[in-house]
Design a protein around this ligand. Structure first.
Ligand code: SF4
Length: 97
């Protein structure tokens, strides 16, 4: 069976926003762990498979502190690291702002 193609991205956490709720690690345990204080530690390697991508986006949407983002790989390599790919997914979790 052929794997579905996705646009690769990196999952990142803004440590200044993370409150240590830990919900993200439950949503995407293959990419997010928690340190000894409960703050998110994220594997920033490229997400290229659909299953991990879905879990990563679920983690972004579930974060009550809006500390997680999915960054498009092309934007990261161009140095535009603050451009979130999943701004819409964040809005799903928190409503319009
Ligand atoms: S859900 Fe958000 S605030 Fe909680 S640990 Fe994960 S990144 Fe931090």
């Amino acid at each position: 069976m052929r794997r579905a193609a996705i646009a690769p991205f990196r999952l990142v956490v803004d440590g200044t926003l993370c409150d240590g709720h830990g919900i993200c690690a439950l949503a995407c345990p293959e990419r997010i762990g928690l340190d000894c204080w409960g703050y998110a530690v994220v594997d920033r390697s490229r997400v290229e498979d659909a299953r991990t991508a879905a879990r990563a986006r679920r983690a972004v949407a579930a974060c009550p502190a809006r500390a997680l983002s999915c960054l498009e790989v092309a934007l990261v390599s161009e140095g535009r690291q603050n451009a979130p790919l999943d701004a819409g997914a964040r809005g799903l979790a928190h409503g319009p702002s």
